[in-house]
Design a protein around this ligand. Structure first.
Ligand code: GLA
Length: 696
């Protein structure tokens, strides 16, 4: 029997399988399930995610019989378990005995039992019952050979990311008191002398509820931080129980990609394995681009360690207004994209398509038609292919660029009011900057604006509204050591208490960026602004900005790279570059369109000594995983026409089982996984896509 290092996924192959809800089916059906799972190459299933009410029908009495039987049956067929602690949704009896476990919305309305996740994150009653169940689960199954991983709760914050009930309000006050100490310190931090908001006692403070006008921005920001922390506290409480009872078993909770409500840097630090649920919309022909950003985040949350795609839809979901299925090949390609980006497997929601309940129209590996369903045909074919990729397990993705993701800045810049413009959207900006790097052929990691290493040649900062001195120092050191940095508009505006930096933006980054911002000049809806062409570019193609521009003044040493044309800002600097130490820092004062961002980032990449694709392209993606000796280069064609791609020497296509020389043709929605000797400079320099084959 394989032995596994402590707190790692106990599986010696890429994971393949999905959520399994045996409690919705008869035991006769279970037998068919395991047979078909085996046939489809399933080696891991997640269960029993929502079964608390069946395990604990009456308080404190656990009925494990059915769960024992299903776990033993799965194990007898060689299938391991991502074992849920089953605390994702409380039973009705708990809610009725203790109505105060139910969450409230900002208006004070209590949310009623009738869906899942019917709990307030701060409820100690809920926590006590959840921990008791967690301990019972750990005692019961901690030694079971099928146990591969603990799956704590499910998608924290999916339905209830914030709660405004009296218990949450009390928890918020305690959190604030821990953060600020005296009430005077809180008054100073929140700037309550504005609009007469001063407090004389913590008991006077409430979460930001529906109010008469704009609410104190720091109060709002702290409520975001608190709400993320409240769920993290609950997560940590379950982790503590599991670490005590089963210290060697890895723990995870499934994330929801770039999810605004939870600071995943903190959540990832608490767990052993990052897992993600990804639902790119098949109706969007470019959904794979933000998916690449999400996967970049997942692999970066624990410093490049492999992660696991724990849920994706085999075809349609059931929770959008219009739920478009995946075209043949799309599910395979989406799965391979996640693996390319560092996932050690591909899992689905769910195994068998439901017959009842809100998810009966959600696709599953085994569709309503059973073995003949297209989803079973396609997922079982992929299950066979995944086995050919076993050598990839544990390898790392290579990336030379990274994008800064910071939840404080996301929350602060998303305040519902009192900003220069409500149109500058953190997620849209971050996706746009990442998308431009993607189009130019780069795989992009994600970093905090802290502890930056020289591992990257270029770090992009689309929108870092809040900057403290440590972050500023980290960014500065990165550039001084030779790194290239580019910072987008409305960055380094305020400190962590939302106070404007003395002297204005970009506050502690002023010297690094070589610029001072005088005023924000948001662009009215529907209008555009032009910016002079970049050096070396065709003089007839100015850059275009929408949404946002700024009145800035460069310092004497900084180079003005481009200027505004026309309008009030005509002739003023728009894009500035400042050589600093051994590197360079750029400041972009406008929200550029996708084409303009691509042009600018092409220039910045070239100056950083990094390659760029001759023609930008968002359809054909090339990502490399490596063990240092052998590279695995994934060529993923998300487009509607075939692409011809030149290949490195000594390449062998693991999926086709053939050696490849010079070129490979990859059909629409097709993929190749090329194994070849590792090359330090393996990226778009060595794998190029002839432009005639590219549908841009
Ligand atoms: C989430 C949940 C699952 C299921 C899927 C459907 O990811 O974790 O339980 O509801 O959505 O897409």
């Amino acid at each position: 029997m394989t032995t596994f290092p402590p707190r790692t996924l106990r599986l010696d192959a890429l994971a393949y399988g999905g959520d399994y809800n045996p409690d919705q089916w008869s035991e006769e059906t279970w037998k068919e399930d395991v047979r078909l799972m085996q046939q489809a190459g399933v080696n891991l299933v997640s269960l029993p995610v929502f079964s608390w009410p069946l395990i604990e029908k009456t308080p404190g009495t656990y009925e494990f019989g059915w769960l024992d039987r299903v776990i033993d049956l799965l194990w007898a067929h060689g299938i391991k378990i991502d074992l849920a602690t089953a605390t994702a949704t409380p039973p009705a009896w708990l809610v009725r005995q203790h109505p105060d476990v139910l969450p409230h919305n900002a208006d004070g309305t209590r949310l009623e039992f009738g869906s899942r996740q019917a709990y307030c994150p701060s409820s100690l009653t809920f926590r006590e019952h959840a921990l008791r169940l967690t301990e019972a689960m750990a005692n019961r199954y901690g030694d079971h050979p099928a146990l591969a991983l603990w799956h704590i709760s499910n998608e924290y914050g999916d339905h209830v990311p914030r709660c405004w009930c009296p218990i949450s309000a009390e928890h918020f006050r305690r959190w604030l008191e821990r953060r600020y100490g005296t009430i005077d310190a809180l008054n100073t931090a929140w700037g309550t002398s504005c609009w007469g908001q001063n407090y004389t006692d913590y008991s006077q403070i409430e979460p930001p509820r529906t109010s008469m006008g704009p609410i104190n921005p720091t109060q709002q920001l702290d409520f975001e931080r608190f709400s993320s922390d409240a769920l993290l506290e609950l997560f940590q409480a379950e982790i503590d129980v599991l670490r005590r009872v089963t210290p060697d078993i890895a723990v995870t909770t499934n994330f929801m990609s770039l999810f605004k409500e939870l600071n995943y840097w903190d959540f990832a630090a608490a767990e052993d394995l990052v897992t993600d649920d990804a639902y790119p919309d098949p109706a969007d022909p470019y959904a794979h681009v933000p998916a690449a950003l999400n996967y970049g985040l997942m692999r970066s949350l624990k410093g490049g360690q492999p992660w696991l795609l724990l849920e994706q839809a085999p075809s349609a979901v059931s929770w959008r207004d219009v739920n478009v299925p995946k075209a043949p090949g799309r599910m395979r390609l989406d799965s391979l994209q996640a693996i390319a980006h560092g996932s050690d497997g591909a899992m689905f929601f769910q195994w068998r398509q439901a017959k009842f309940g809100p998810e009966k129209y959600h696709s599953a590996m085994l569709g309503h038609r059973g073995e003949n369903s297209r989803s079973y045909q396609e997922t079982s074919a992929l299950g066979a292919e995944i086995k050919k990729l076993g050598a990839i397990r544990g390898t790392r993705v290579t990336a030379r660029t990274a994008v800064v993701v910071d939840w404080d800045s996301w929350w602060g810049s998303a305040a519902p009011d009192s900003l220069p413009s409500q149109r500058l959207d953190w997620l849209a900006q971050t996706r746009a900057w990442h998308g431009a790097l993607y189009a130019l052929g780069h795989t992009v990691d994600v970093v905090k604006a802290a502890d930056l290493t020289a591992a990257y040649d270029l770090i992009v900062v689309p929108n870092l509204y809040i900057v403290d001195d440590d972050q500023a120092q980290s960014l500065t050191t990165f550039v001084e050591n030779g790194g290239h940095l580019i910072v987008g508009p409305f960055s380094a505006v305020v400190d962590p208490t939302e106070k404007v930096h003395t002297g204005g933006a970009p506050g502690p980054l002023r010297n690094l960026l070589g610029v001072e911002v005088d005023e924000w000049w948001p662009v009215p809806d529907g209008q555009e602004r032009t910016i002079t062409p970049l050096p070396g570019a065709d003089k007839s193609t100015p850059l275009t900005a929408t949404i946002w521009t700024e009145w800035i003044d460069p310092t004497a040493d900084a180079d003005v790279i481009a200027r505004y044309e026309g309008g009030v800002l005509a002739g003023r600097a728009a894009i500035v570059r400042n050589h600093h130490g051994n590197g360079a820092a750029w400041y972009v004062s406008a929200a550029l369109t996708d084409d303009s961002l691509e042009e600018l980032l092409r220039l910045v990449l070239e100056e950083a000594g990094l390659p760029t694709r001759p023609t930008s392209n968002r359809r054909v993606e090339i990502v490399t995983r490596t063990d240092g000796t052998t590279d695995y280069t994934f060529v993923l064609n998300h487009g509607t026409t075939a692409a011809t791609v030149s290949v490195p020497t000594g390449a062998h296509d693991l999926l086709a089982g053939t050696d490849v020389t010079e070129h490979i043709e990859v059909p629409s929605l097709g993929a190749a996984v090329l194994r070849h000797p590792a090359r330090y400079d393996q990226d778009l320099l060595t794998v190029t896509i002839p432009s005639k084959n590219i549908e841009v």
